[in-house]
Design a protein around this ligand. Structure first.
Ligand SMILES: NC(=O)C1=CN([C@@H]2O[C@H](COP(=O)(O)OP(=O)(O)OC[C@H]3O[C@@H](n4cnc5c(N)ncnc54)[C@H](OP(=O)(O)O)[C@@H]3O)[C@@H](O)[C@H]2O)C=CC1
Ligand SMILES: CC(=O)N[C@@H](CCC(=O)OP(=O)(O)O)C(=O)O
Length: 342
């Protein structure tokens, strides 16, 4: 099966990772590649690690350039996808790595993104209950944010089984590639090296409603989310630490049972053996999420820790996984379960 794919945002981090994965995928042919200010450049000048595509020249991001492919991946800043998707038509599978179509609640969208809500597409986190049914055969996929991916995978089994109160505290440490490639003052080497910092503090980060939406769906009612992102000096990876008040009498064994049930058949999500805790180095370059859980008996809280590579399972890998499902391909095609170590 030959699947042609165009990519908008090929000069960025998410776009570069999508291309790395498509090059290793047995069914994809890489078609048109587009960018914004870098249109006209050779891909090799911007993404030198993608040697087989080095001589490709980036086109301007127009509907005409992207049309005529089976799949169009959009790895563009928020707000750029809706108009392109509308004009591409329903016969093309459009996979949006941006946030535009992730949220159901228009008021949440307007509050956190400050613009008009474009709509809601099937959410590309296949491990969530019911998600695969919506993804199979779909022509539109909203790829989750990187923090929501790791937070939901770390927490949802406990909420789905009603083991915790509907109130979660999440602190997550991300590598700097999560912020994209375009220059930002707070990402200057001299600001980031040797320092960890908090940002988006106080419930203002836009991933807060996305995490709440996913947990509410499995819990069957609203879940309060306190989410604090932090930036740490590494390029890739997110480590999320999630805690929630455990319901009376719930033991670590019961919690583990819920996670084992949720992830036993999952190709990419692994509950680690008791006592082993996730680290971002374990998932570098892989589409895996490694999870560990326990109950802090003295505090009466569930503690769940998850690690992903933000560019792999957190963006491009998640996008390709959901695309495989939408196209009726084996879900794990082109995706690695093997990290890079040390
Ligand atoms: N980085 C991550 O870990 C994650 C990213 N995402 C999402 O993926 C998307 C891409 O993110 P990321 O790759 O990190 O960002 P980057 O800043 O690294 O890349 C952005 C890309 O979009 C292009 N672009 C910017 N403005 C325009 C425009 N007006 N018209 C056409 N192209 C444009 C850029 O082209 P040029 O270089 O020419 O300016 C570049 O190719 C975002 O929506 C992001 O939120 C989602 C999950 C995680
Ligand atoms: C470290 C860092 O800055 N991370 C990004 C999250 C990236 C992500 O998941 O992207 P979406 O914008 O597609 O939701 C942030 O906090 O804004």
């Amino acid at each position: 099966m030959g699947v042609t794919a165009a990519l908008a945002g090929a000069s960025g981090y998410a776009g570069g990772e999508i291309l790395r994965l498509l090059l290793a995928h047995p069914h994809f042919e890489v078609g048109t590649l587009t960018a914004g200010s870098n249109a006209g450049q050779r891909l090799g000048a911007l993404q030198p690690h993608l040697v087989p595509l080095a001589d490709r020249v980036l086109s301007e991001t127009t509907v005409d350039a992207l049309a005529g492919h089976d799949v169009v991946f959009l790895a563009l800043p928020h707000g750029q996808s809706a108009e392109i998707a509308r004009q591409l038509g329903d016969d093309v599978l459009v996979v949006d790595c941006g946030a535009d179509f992730r949220l159901h609640d228009a008021a949440d969208w307007e509050h956190f993104y400050g613009s008009e809500h474009a709509g809601t597409w099937p959410y590309g986190l296949p491990e969530l209950p019911g998600a695969r049914d919506l993804l199979r055969g779909t022509k539109r996929i909203a790829v989750p944010g990187c923090y929501p991916t790791v937070s939901l995978l770390s927490c949802f089994p406990a909420f789905a089984e009603g083991l915790v109160e509907p109130d979660v505290v999440i602190v997550a440490a991300s590598g700097t590639s999560g912020a994209g490639k375009s220059p930002k003052t707070h990402l200057l080497g001299s600001e980031v090296m040797g320092s960890a910092s908090a940002y988006g503090v106080g419930g203002v980060h836009r991933h807060t409603p996305e995490i709440g939406q996913g947990l509410a769906a499995v819990a069957g009612g609203p879940v309060t989310v306190s989410f604090t992102p932090t930036l740490v000096p590494m390029s890739r990876g997110i480590l999320a630490t999630c805690t929630a008040k455990i319901k009376p009498g719930v033991s670590t064994a019961q919690v583990r049972e819920a996670y084992e049930k949720a992830y036993a058949a999952e190709p990419f999500v692994h509950l680690l053996p008791e006592g082993q805790w996730p680290a971002t180095a374990m998932v570098y370059g892989a589409n895996t999420a490694l999870i560990q859980v326990t109950v802090d008996e003295r505090a009466g809280r569930l503690v769940a820790v998850g690690a992903i590579d933000n560019l792999a399972k957190g963006t491009a890998g998640g996008a390709v996984q959901s695309t495989n499902i939408a196209l009726g391909l084996a879900e794990d095609l082109g995706l690695s379960k093997t990290g890079v170590a040390p």
